[in-house]
Design a protein around this ligand. Structure first.
Ligand code: CAA
Length: 405
């Protein structure tokens, strides 16, 4: 397989950006970044999709190329060696990354998003200086340990404890379905520091080195889709972590988790939207070529209706996600809007994938065409980082509490 040719130029471009003093990208630089990611996705990643699914692993040289492109650092501020993209710029990158198997995005996903953003938003100077440069370069990988066997949607009921003992916290409990845990060097951990206080108030957030004695990983789960991305349990058994690992203040952890998820939900929504764009391209290409009843199936109005519905919903999701990202960049509180994005974009890509299978007909059900793989891959989007039903709760609660009528 030929190497992705523009990588040296891309790396040079990233370095130029790193050493420029600009805090935001000018339009031309932004467009170059997006074009670089687009070419990397289409020329380098798309040809590897079937192999990654078959091997259940993303090749290490591809991960190195992602490091070289600065992709691990897109959301890390420039003063810590990242690209410091705005949310809108991150969305534009994710729209491109969505144009291939989501397993590739998952390589950087937790480090760029839920694994690192607790440190970016709530970390003190020492925590930022220690961790962010390594995360930005891809030398360190972070994962987000919130979910537990008995605390999924009801995150505030988590049972893992972190009890202060001298100048250390002693952590006990099990975290479940933790994306990228097997590669992680660092965990953002949510644990109960005050077991006497039930619900969200007794929870604190920590940044925990993955090699802390007492931490063990479970076996990688067999999943419906996204082969190449891995999830497993993370067990804490009297794991002692220094008190300075606390993120923010004791008892603030639930808000840390929710704010990290607000941002993560915009990121995931952009990925969903990118996948929809890819599936529409595949559907249109097939509808042009496939002949039945003596003509291309794209000539039939019932096929056209499916393509038109998918395109309309894709554009609606794109507009919603970009607008929400812009509002976040302007400093607005976007919890409700982020949930609208996640609800709409994840459900939308499910419908688009279903129509793609329908347009491909029998070929859509056969592995060689890759459409059934996307159909399985996108199912998780309606589940992780908050199910569609949790997004509905967040949206309705916010409106009922805050909307002026
Ligand atoms: N930002 C800041 N604070 C927030 C907030 C937000 N977005 N959302 C809630 N809070 C605060 C509230 O203001 C409240 O604070 P006060 O008590 O001071 O008023 C507190 O947090 C509790 O809020 P709620 O009463 O609304 O909490 P709740 O228990 O009723 O439920 C929930 C909240 C929305 C259902 C929440 O539990 C939730 O989002 N659940 C889904 C969890 C989730 O997304 N899990 C996925 C894990 S990540 C993952 O998928 C794994 C992976 O590796 C990919």
């Amino acid at each position: 397989m030929a190497q992705f040719s523009p990588i040296p130029q891309a790396v040079e471009f990233v370095r130029l950006f790193w050493f420029s003093s600009a805090m935001t990208l000018d339009i031309e630089t932004r467009d170059q970044l997006i074009e670089t990611v687009r070419r990397f996705v289409r020329e380098r990643l798309v040809p590897l999709e079937a192999q990654v699914s078959e091997d259940d692993a993303v090749p290490l040289d591809v991960i190195d190329e992602m490091r070289g492109l600065g992709l691990f650092g897109i959301s890390i501020p420039t003063e810590y060696g990242g690209l410091g993209l705005t949310m809108e710029e991150e969305v534009l990158v994710c729209l491109e990354l969505g144009n291939t198997s989501p397993a590739f995005r998952s390589v950087i996903g937790t480090t760029v998003g839920i694994g690192s953003q607790g440190i970016v938003m709530f970390g003190n100077a020492a925590q930022k200086t220690e961790h962010l440069p390594k995360l930005a370069s891809g030398e360190a990988i972070s994962s987000f340990c919130l979910t537990e066997p008995d605390a999924g949607s009801d995150a505030a009921s988590l049972k893992t404890t972190a009890i202060l003992d001298g100048d250390e916290y002693v952590v006990n409990g099990t975290k479940r379905f933790i994306t990228n845990a097997a590669n992680a060097t660092l965990f953002t951990l949510l644990a109960r520091t005050d077991p006497g206080t039930p619900g969200s108030k007794g929870i604190s957030a920590f940044v925990v080195p993955a090699d802390t004695p007492g931490i063990t990983l479970g076996a990688s789960e067999k999943k419906m889709g996204q082969q190449g991305a891995h999830i497993c349990d993370v067990a804490f058994d009297d794991a002692r972590i220094p008190a300075f690992c606390l993120l923010g203040e004791e008892g603030q952890g639930f808000k840390v988790a929710m704010q990290v998820l607000d941002r993560g939900r915009i990121h995931i929504s952009a990925v969903c939207t990118g996948v929809a764009e890819r599936l529409i391209r595949e559907s249109v290409g097939y509808a042009r070529e496939r002949k039945q009843f003596g003509e291309a199936i794209g000539e039939f109005q019932l096929i056209q209706a499916m393509i038109a519905d998918s395109q309309t919903e894709y554009l609606a999701a794109k507009a919603l996600v970009l607008e929400t990202a812009r509002r976040m960049d302007e400093g607005h509180k976007i919890s409700m809007e982020a949930s609208c994005c996640k609800l709409y974009a994840s459900e939308m890509v499910g419908r688009v994938a279903d129509r793609a299978v329908q347009i491909f007909g029998g070929a859509g059900y056969v592995a060689d065409y890759g459409i059934e793989r996307f159909y399985r891959d996108v199912r998780i989007f309606r589940l992780y980082e908050g199910t569609s039903q949790i997004q509905q709760l967040v949206i309705a609660k916010n409106l009922l509490r805050n909307l002026e009528t």
